[in-house]
Design a protein around this ligand. Structure first.
Ligand code: NAP
Ligand code: MG
Length: 490
């Protein structure tokens, strides 16, 4: 399937109460194509009053007796299934728009982002009418049962690295459980969330169920998280902003879920399938230009296979095709913007200064857009910045280890705990080491497999709560216990 080379930007206004509207004060901001640095469109910028209108619409839609609150769970499921079908219908357009706004290669958007986004909507559509409470055995004369009720208005604050996928990961479970949502996409990537809102309206969602306010963290995100009618903040992004959101949630006891950053270790034991380990380790470090929270950015390789592993990695990295993300052959596009580009380049420089060996890459490609060469460092040690900080760029760190105890300790020596992995053919090593790695997902002989059914989320400063799978529904419901006094013991 070919990309649409110049996808038309159809929606640039805020989406409130099933209408596309201008912001109250008419402010706009430019969204760009990171492959060219050129403006794609001027998008409406939501301020305090727009945020209030969106939250009021969501709150109205949530009120007891509203069409949405009266809706059967099977109907909510049907609407989500319809939304997934419409996304499937417009998949090539959505993937092309995503690539133009985000810079990710079209083939990955088609093979990974869109299937996951559509899959997650279908998964939670299927769950909408199947999750319920239970009748409880009780002491004495009473009848007790639990009900899973929606929390209310959800503020979904999104990052720019997987825009449509993360939008769906938030809205699908929220809607499946009967919540209403106000989405704030990242300032860099507002376009696919707006198109998704259009599809939700076409699918038949009532006004106010899904709203999109585009704009910036301090002026759009902040009033949204502070709004008294928001009951839950569902956030994906940096640990710094996540911490700020948790503080706000603490101020008025809002529910909060946080999906934050990582510095995930992947351990290659000497008995690993070497070629596969090289491929998986490299790909999952540079995929999406390294802009992936669960990138395998610390590759620990046993000393007995270290030199061979590095040589094979360099050979592989050379083959990555860099270029226009809309070209179907391209593996590697630009970083999202100049700020991220500069951050990546600074960290690469620090790696060289602190004594790591630059095996490949490390430079800017061209002067147009924000392209960074796929980069491989060897001789990386634990105290270097490139081994500790989240780079969010296509930069692989290869570290050397001697034995199992040492590498487990080093792998866990981080404040993050999102992903971890190991390559070994030994079952005992696989089970023991995976149980001792402190991370929300641990992969054996692969990376980032699991799919929409498997819970995903962080230990430690990588987050709070789980997304995907039935676990992903928990944060979107309150459990209510109803206890009825009975004249007899039943
Ligand atoms: P970010 O600053 O954490 O932003 C994430 C979202 O939060 C954006 O929509 C942002 O708005 C919003 N936001 C910022 N300040 C806010 C506030 N005071 N109140 C409410 N919302 C606020 O992430 P970023 O700017 O996109 O990237 C910075 C770093 O975050 C990256 O270098 C990377 O390390 C990390 N990151 C992690 C993930 C992940 O998946 N875990 C994803 C993306 C980025 P704006 O659009 O205005 O920024
Ligand atoms: Mg930002």
């Amino acid at each position: 399937m070919s990309a649409i080379k110049n996808p038309e930007v159809k929606f640039t206004q805020l989406f409130i109460n099933n209408e596309f509207v201008n912001s109250v004060d008419g402010k706009t901001f430019d969204t760009i194509n990171p492959a060219t640095g050129q403006k794609l469109a001027a998008v409406q910028e939501a301020g305090v009053r727009d945020v209030d209108l969106a939250v009021q619409a969501a709150d109205e839609a949530f009120k007891f007796g509203s069409p949405y609150r009266q809706m059967d769970a099977t109907k909510r499921a049907a609407l989500l299934f319809k939304l997934a079908d419409l996304m499937e219908r417009d998949k090539v357009y959505l993937a092309s728009l995503e690539c133009t706004n985000n810079g990710k290669p079209f083939k990955f958007a088609m093979e990974d982002d869109l299937p996951t986004a559509i899959g997650v909507v279908r998964f939670y559509a299927g769950a909408a009418d199947k999750v319920g409470g239970s009748v409880l055995p009780s002491d004495g004369k009473m009848f007790a049962y639990t009900r899973y009720e929606p929390v209310g208005v959800v503020a979904a604050i999104l990052p720019w690295n997987y825009p449509i996928e993360i939008t769906c990961v938030k809205i699908a479970p929220a809607i499946a459980m009967g919540n209403t949502v106000v989405i704030k996409p990242a300032e860099q990537t507002p376009l696919t969330a707006l198109y998704l809102a259009h599809l939700a309206r076409e699918a038949g969602f009532p006004p106010g169920v899904l709203n999109v306010v585009t704009g910036f963290g301090p002026t759009t995100g902040q009033p949204l998280i502070e709004h008294p009618k928001v009951s839950l903040i569902a956030f994906t992004g940096s640990t710094e902003v996540g911490s700020l959101i948790q503080r706000e949630a603490a101020r008025c006891i809002k529910r909060v879920s946080l999906e934050l950053g990582g510095k995930s270790p992947l351990i290659i034991f000497p008995d690993a399938d070497l070629d596969k380990a090289v491929r998986v380790a490299h790909l999952n470090c540079v995929i999406n230009q390294g802009q992936c929270c669960v990138a395998a950015t610390r590759t620990f390789v046993h000393e007995s296979i270290y030199d061979q592993f590095v040589a094979k990695t360099v050979e592989l990295a050379r083959k990555r095709v860099v270029g226009n993300p809309l070209d179907e052959q391209v593996d590697h596009g630009p970083q999202i913007d100049e700020e991220q580009f500069n951050k990546v380049m600074t960290l690469i420089d620090s790696g060289i200064e602190q004594g790591a060996k630059l095996e490949l890459g490390g430079k800017r490609i061209g002067q147009t857009g924000f392209f960074v060469e796929p980069t491989v460092f060897s001789n990386v040690t634990d105290e270097m910045d490139i081994a500790k900080k989240e780079i969010f760029g296509p930069v692989q760190q290869i570290l050397k280890f001697k034995d199992k105890e040492e590498v487990i300790e080093r792998a866990n020596k981080t404040n993050y705990g999102l992903g971890a992995g190991l390559f070994t053919k030994d079952l005992n090593t696989a089970i023991e080491v995976s149980s001792r790695l402190n991370a929300g997902q641990v992969y054996v002989n692969q990376w980032l497999i699991g799919g929409v059914q498997v819970p995903f989320g962080g230990f430690k400063q990588s987050g709070i709560g789980r997304e995907f799978g039935l676990e992903g529904l928990r944060q979107y419901c309150e459990v209510k216990s109803v206890i009825i006094d009975m004249p007899v013991k039943i």
